[in-house]
Design a protein around this ligand. Structure first.
Ligand SMILES: Nc1ncnc2c1ncn2[C@@H]1O[C@H](COP(=O)(O)OP(=O)(O)OP(=O)(O)O)[C@@H](O)[C@H]1O
Length: 247
C-alpha cells in the first residue's frame, strides 16, 4: 500500500487534567472518506485542530504528504494541501459569494501586495468552476449574508476547494441543516470532492449520513480512537453503539 497521506504518531494533548488526545496513532490514505464520530467532548475537534495547525500537541508528530507538519503554521499547512471547513462557516458576510471565493484563493499566494493583486491570484475560470460544482454559480453576485445555512456550508467548502487541497477536513458539515436537506448537501459535497479528487475527513453525528457517505469510520472516546474500520463493522460494534451512538 502507498504511504499514508496523513499520519499521526503518539499524539498527546491535555488541557489541565483533561487528556483530550491520548496517544493517537492514526493514518489516512488517499481517496478515503473517513467519518469521525464520538460524543460531545470526545476530542474530535481537538484532533482536527492539531492536524491543521491551530493547536500544538504536547508531544507526538503529524505528517502530511511526506512532511512533518507538527510545528507548521495553519497557512503553511494549507499551502501543503491540507484544508478545512468549520462547524460554523467562516465567511466574509458583507461580501458577495464570488468575492468570498476570490478572497479565499489568496491563501494560495505567499502574500498579497501591489504586484500580486487579489484579482489575479487565481484564474476566474477556476473560481467559476468551483462555484459551479457546489451549485452556487447562479448566486455568485449575492451577498453571503443572504444565503441559507446549507448554502453557507457549501460556500465554506468552495473556499477550501479553491486552495487545491489534497485532503479536506470538514467539521460537522451537516450541523444546523434540516434533516431533509442533509442528504442533498452531502451529495453535492461528495460530487465536489470527486471532481477535485480530494480525500476527506468529516466529523459527523448523524449515523445515516456516516453509513451512506463514509468509506471508513473512526470512533473517538475520551481522546482515544476506540474503533476504526469499515462503517458496517464499527457501527455494528455493541460497545460503540452503547458509548458513542448512545443506544
Ligand atoms: N482550549 C481549551 N481549553 C480547555 N479545554 C478545552 C479546550 N478546547 C477543548 N477543550 C475540552 O477538550 C475536550 C474535547 O473537546 P473537543 O471540542 O475536541 O470535543 P468534540 O469531540 O469535538 O466535541 P463536540 O462534538 O461537542 O464538538 C472537551 O472536554 C472540551 O471542553
Amino acid at each position: 500500500m502507498s504511504a499514508p497521506l496523513l499520519q499521526t504518531t503518539d499524539l498527546r494533548l491535555s488541557f489541565g487534567a483533561v487528556v483530550v488526545a491520548d496517544n493517537i496513532n492514526f493514518s489516512l490514505h488517499e481517496g478515503e472518506r473517513l467519518a469521525v464520530i464520538g460524543q460531545n467532548g470526545a476530542g474530535k475537534t481537538t484532533f482536527i485542530n492539531i492536524c491543521t495547525g491551530l493547536i500544538r500537541p504536547n508531544s507526538g508528530k503529524v505528517r502530511f504528504d511526506g512532511h512533518d507538519i507538527t510545528a507548521m503554521a495553519p497557512r503553511a499547512i494549507v499551502r501543503r494541501g491540507l484544508a478545512r471547513s468549520f462547524q460554523l462557516p467562516q465567511l466574509f458576510l458583507e461580501h458577495t459569494v464570488r468575492d468570498c471565493v476570490r478572497l479565499a484563493a489568496a491563501g494560495r499566494l505567499g502574500r498579497l501586495g501591489l504586484w500580486s493583486p487579489l484579482a489575479k491570484s487565481v484564474p476566474e475560470s477556476e473560481i467559476e468552476h468551483v462555484l459551479d460544482i457546489v451549485g452556487l454559480r447562479e448566486r455568485g453576485d449575492e451577498l453571503c449574508e443572504s444565503l441559507p445555512e446549507g448554502q453557507r456550508k457549501l460556500l465554506d467548502i468552495a473556499m477550501a476547494l479553491i486552495l487545491n487541497p489534497k485532503l479536506l477536513v470538514l467539521d460537522e458539515p451537516t450541523s444546523g441543516v434540516s434533516t431533509e436537506e442533509k442528504h442533498g448537501l452531502m451529495e453535492t459535497i461528495m460530487a465536489a470532492l470527486d471532481d477535485r479528487k480530494v480525500s476527506a475527513i468529516f466529523v459527523e453525528h448523524d449515523v445515516d449520513i456516516v453509513t451512506r457517505y463514509a468509506t471508513r469510520v473512526a470512533a473517538w472516546i475520551s481522546g482515544q480512537v476506540a474503533a476504526d474500520g469499515p462503517p458496517a463493522q464499527v457501527l455494528a460494534d455493541p460497545m460503540i453503539r452503547k458509548n458513542v451512538i448512545g443506544e
